[in-house]
Design a protein around this ligand. Sequence first.
Ligand code: PLP
Ligand code: ZN
Length: 415
Amino acid sequence: MTEFVYQCSTCGRTYKRDEVRYLCPACSKEYKPGMPLVGVLSARFDYAAIRKRFKKTSPDWNLFSAVEPKYYPPYPAGNTPFFKSAALGEKFGFANLWLKNDGLNPSGSLKDRASFLVVAEAKRIREKSIVTASTGNAASALAAVCAAAGRQAVILVPKTAPKAKLVQMLLYGARVIPVNGTYDDAFRLSLEYTACKGGLNRNTAYHPLTIEGKKTVGLEIFAQNSFKAPDAILVPVGDGVIIGGAYKAFYDLKAAGLIARLPRFICVQAERSSAIHRYIETGRYQNASNPATIADSISVSIPSNAHMARTAVLESGGFSVTVTDGEILAGQRDLAQKTGIFAEPAAAATVAALKKLQKSKLLGRNEQIVLLITGHGLKDIEAALKNIRIPPSVEPTMKGLNAGAGAAVHRRSRV
Ligand SMILES: *Cc1c(COP(=O)(O)O)cnc(C)c1O
Ligand SMILES: [Zn+2]
């Protein structure tokens, strides 16, 4: 760990580490449920110290961490594969396309990174229970990390969350409270819950270490890419914390003198859940009125980290795109069939965006482009079932196979 202060992303005031817990006390007076968070805090490190102590020959990534390693839970989050996919790149005409497969985290999504750091913080400040509202993945991740750390997870999720995600959190032993309402309702209720009953609130962006935790995905991309920043990173965006965190990684690296320029951050949203997209395009913020999308992990009406997400895109010279559910499902199929990666719909939105951008000038043919694959496909097979047809069965004889539907499948696969 390196010394740091918290800086308010709205007013710029700074606070000592233990002086604040969630939002900037000055700005959060302006916050009312029903709007994006104001006064979200960002850790500002002693970058001169990092610059002096960081060595590429034996990199100490803990220098970029906001919690001392002695508090880390015994839970191996991160260190996910980063690799080039020539086949997927070729399909869309990009010569240098790379994937960061964060679906291979222990609980199956990038959310493990945020839960890991917040649970470490809970140990440091001796909070026994950690509370979160979630569309599903943040909760499964929190439940898993709490299980490993011997702490209690309390979870508020919309009752419509995909079954596999509910199964995960219950099996890990969390206290799960399904909410008759949307994710945004659960978010508001969880703030009231910790205000009344205590515990550490892990709501995304509300707790500043969710951003710092997600930052590690950017640090890993930098390390795995031979200590270079790629040209562009496509990120599926719901609340805007993954994009804010990945941006923060490169912000820190630049501040520490390790890179000269930031990668461009490309915000990818579902067409009907696109409050941040519209905010970036128009400069005016408005909630998404009905954020219905098959990509449940990026379905949000009032994105908590809208302001920081917009900053990440604008400051990095990036841009924003939206994709439809049909395009997301096609992206899920393309990714599976060209790379062998089964991603949940939110994660596959990046593939849909890439396809949409193949004819535009916004991404160069030879630029190094990274798709952030944020969650595993087995988390929501109901969605994937819309993509495929399970063939009818045949009698277990060659005669039956030749006569039945299997024959048609066989003939088709030979051409
Ligand atoms: C949470 C999540 C996202 C979106 O992250 P935000 O921080 O809410 O923008 C994207 N994909 C998956 C799989 C997620 O779980
Ligand atoms: Zn402030």
